[in-house]
Ligand binder design. Structure first.
Ligand code: ADP
Length: 267
């Protein structure tokens, strides 16, 4: 999975990252879906261990262009995981109250506690993406945020949070197909918004903004993974495997049981 991880300090050119590639899995879609089921089981066990040990905190950040597959990734990767230990937080257009504070205020409040996995569906990165593309604040302000975000994430990491950030990478053609599918299928129409078409026109600006995010904020303590995401099944495999590898690296163990349990007889 190192293949998709951005080395700190490296310059990312997204045109060199193929959203169709599937180099790490030899099988086809059906086999890929089967492989995910085994990963779901493994993730379920690791999450239970994380919860039981009550030591580590895990933050998963998901970013993508519209239709990039954030919701689908959450649904498929975390299928079977006990909802008690996992929380999904979706960051929308900030409220008046949120706007009255600094941009990290609403984010910090939602970070994971011990034993918890929190998934950010969008995140503080919107404050250097949509905010930059639409010039919601001047460059003088958003330009400083990369360093601020690195410092913020460093604080979280030093205080015991494991941070994983995923950019689900699709291309313009794939987005067209997905938007078209939303128009064509009655049960998907609710997901279609005319605003998405306006955003689509800004694709090159978003790519530029994402390249800066990926180049400036992939750190040792909070690395970015670029996920080839045109194929949904492959995307799910990459995210699930990266997460599992990371959780396994935490060397977790169940808490020591009380002494003398071997002799207990329950009447
Ligand atoms: P999603 O597309 O994530 O499924 P929505 O369709 O409700 O959910 O979109 C959420 C919107 O909120 C996106 O257009 C996103 O750009 C916007 N948003 C999120 N964070 C911010 C922010 N800090 N400033 C401005 N807009 C934001």
């Amino acid at each position: 999975m190192k293949r998709y991880r951005i080395k700190p300090g490296s310059k990312v050119d997204l045109s060199k990252w193929d959203p169709n590639e599937k180099a790490l899995f030899e099988g086809d879609k059906e086999e890929g879906k089967k492989a995910l089921l085994a990963l779901n089981d493994r993730l379920e066990t690791l999450q239970e261990l994380l919860y039981a040990e009550h030591k580590h905190k895990v933050l998963v950040v998901l970013q993508a262009m519209d239709t990039g597959g954030k919701d689908g990734t959450i649904r498929h990767v975390f299928e079977g995981v006990n909802p008690q230990g996992v929380r999904v937080v979706s960051f929308k257009v900030p409220t008046q109250e949120e706007l009255a504070h600094d941009y990290l205020w609403r984010v910090h409040k939602q970070t994971p506690g011990r034993g918890e996995i929190v998934i950010f569906n969008r995140s503080h990165y919107e404050d250097v993406l949509v905010v930059r593309v639409h010039e919601l604040v001047p460059e003088e302000i958003w330009g400083k945020r990369y360093d601020q975000i690195n410092a913020f994430e460093r604080t979280l990491a030093e205080e015991g949070t494991t941070i994983l950030k995923f950019f689900l990478h699709i291309d313009l053609e794939e987005q067209k197909e997905r938007l078209q599918a939303r128009l064509d299928e009655p049960n998907k129409r609710w997901k279609f918004s005319l605003g998405d078409l306006k955003e689509r026109k800004l694709w090159p600006k978003y790519m530029q903004a994402y390249e800066d995010v990926l180049s400036k904020t992939s750190t040792k303590w909070a690395p970015w993974t670029i996920v080839p995401a045109n194929r949904k099944w492959y995307r799910n495999l990459v995210v699930a495997t990266t997460l599992i590898d990371t959780l396994e690296g935490l060397n977790m163990s169940y808490p020591q049981p009380e002494e003398g349990l071997d002799d207990v007889v329950i009447e």
